[in-house]
Design a protein around this ligand. Structure first.
Ligand code: DLL
Length: 433
């Protein structure tokens, strides 16, 4: 099933003409309304009238997370705050989050894209959608919520946490669709087993999982344990949230990008050169229709490739391969984005802590666990156990406040963490996904 036949099956030629027109309007608009974009374009020697169509996209400068940080919180908004009806945020590279805004029309656009997404996964009116993505500043919960309402499904806005209760509710309410991160889906499957429940005790038919990388192996495991179809969804706050691309249930290979709203490019992350279809590189997006927070050539840091071959589902949009990695060191811990630089920021604000630390990430069962090992000064280390324990608890709390996810802290003796001989290897990721 296709939610919006007209746009999702547009012949390529018509689609590209539409993208070209929308791109021209976008560039004219941001040049006038967003000073940081105007400045960047002036520095690059490009004027709005130089952008005549799609082919001129590559003349425009890239936008990065640094640009958003430099203009924190609202400096990249293209409309006055009075027109912004919602903000969301995700982790920034330091203490400050990345803030994104939506006008009333942006919220409508987002609901439409999420309606398309759910429909691509085979969800329809009459389905009961158990939405265990987090509600709040994170885009997952509300993004799915509006899309599910748009198609007329019954939404259970359960948000994350309290897994046993989630399972009871799924069982009692007859949930047919599960939406959450793939690692949480596995966690749910395990707790179900512990509770002595079989998949047939539930009515689940399909799950839409994303917000973190997952492998084909994980898909097979989730599908087997929950007896459902597991569909991959990709998105990021800076572009709109979930609703950028999704797999179709017909093919389950490659995520269709909603190209009438977003132009994807793949670039060489070192040189910025645009790569042809099929080659692997960094994914870059330009938003065509967003009003409050449009972005031009935003570097996602996600690594993938584009698949231009037509799909059996009938959608004409290109697909992107599952995201396998990132060009930076961002970690996703239980669905929450974490930058090692944020951890460093917190550690460095604590007295007695040395600038030597290591982050160890592992998976226990289906759960991500993160341990931060950090050296403390001689004086502290030779202090009483109670003092050390107090310090450890304090750092754990401060990290939790800053990262919105909990981690263990282990204080270690001075000079025990291996010194780097070049790029410090701060993160050891032992998860096998
Ligand atoms: O994670 C939006 C979202 C919510 C997507 C619910 C899907 C479902 P952010 O918190 O801004 O937004 O994190 C975006 O998460 O740049 C990727 O690195 C990663 N990511 C998101 N979806 C996938 C996926 C939401 N399907 C960052 N596979 C992105 C791999 C993903 N990585």
């Amino acid at each position: 099933m296709i939610w919006n036949e007209e746009f999702e099956t547009l012949p390529r030629e018509a689609l590209e003409a539409l993208q070209g027109r929308r791109l021209r309007d976008l560039v004219e608009r941001v040049y006038v309304t967003v000073p940081p974009y105007r400045k960047k374009m002036q520095e690059a020697g490009v004027r709005p009238e130089d952008i005549k169509g799609l082919d001129d996209l590559k003349r425009l400068p890239f936008t990065t997370k640094d640009d958003l940080r430099d203009n924190y919180p609202f400096g990249m908004f293209a409309v006055p705050l009075e027109r912004v009806v919602r903000v969301h945020a995700s982790s920034g590279t330091t203490g400050k989050p990345t803030v994104v805004g939506y006008t009333r029309r942006d919220i409508e656009t987002w609901a439409e894209l999420m309606a398309r997404t759910l429909t691509a996964a085979g969800v329809h009116r009459g389905d009961v959608v158990h939405n265990a993505y987090g509600y709040g500043l994170f885009t997952g919960g509300l993004g799915f919520h509006y899309g599910a309402e748009r198609i007329g499904a019954t939404v259970i806005p359960i948000s994350g946490g309290n897994t046993k209760r989630q399972i009871m509710i799924m069982k009692d309410f007859g949930s047919t669709v599960l939406t959450c991160t793939p690692s949480y889906a596995l966690n749910i499957a395990e707790v179900m087993e512990e509770m002595g429940l079989r998949p047939s005790d539930l009515r689940l038919r399909v799950g839409i999982f994303g917000a973190e990388p997952w492998s084909e192996r994980m898909r097979q495991e989730i599908e087997k344990k929950l007896q459902i179809d597991a569909i991959d969804i990709y998105g990021l706050s800076e572009i709109i949230g979930p609703g950028v691309s999704v797999e179709c249930i017909e093919k389950k290979h490659g995520l269709h990008i909603f190209e009438d709203h977003f132009i994807p490019e793949i670039i060489n992350p070192d040189t910025g050169e645009v790569l042809p279809y099929g080659e692997e590189g960094e994914l870059v997006f330009t938003t065509l229709t967003k009003e409050a927070f449009p972005v031009i050539r935003y570097r996602t840091r996600d690594i993938t490739r584009l698949i231009p071959e037509p799909c059996i589902c009938g959608r004409t949009f290109v697909r992107m391969e599952k995201v396998t990695g990132r060009t930076d060191d961002m970690l996703i811990i239980r669905g929450v984005n974490v930058f090692p630089s944020q951890i460093e920021h917190v550690l460095m604000s604590v007295e007695g802590v040395e600038p030597h630390y290591q982050i160890i990430v592992d998976r226990e069962g289906a759960l991500d666990v993160m341990e931060v090992q950090v050296e403390v000064s001689e004086e502290i280390f030779s202090d009483e156990i109670k003092v050390l324990e107090g310090l450890q608890k304090r750092i754990e709390q401060e990290l939790k406040d800053a990262l919105a996810v909990s981690c263990r802290v282990k204080l270690v003796e001075p000079k025990t963490i291996q010194r780097s001989e070049g790029k410090a290897k701060r993160v050891i990721d032992r998860r096998k996904i």
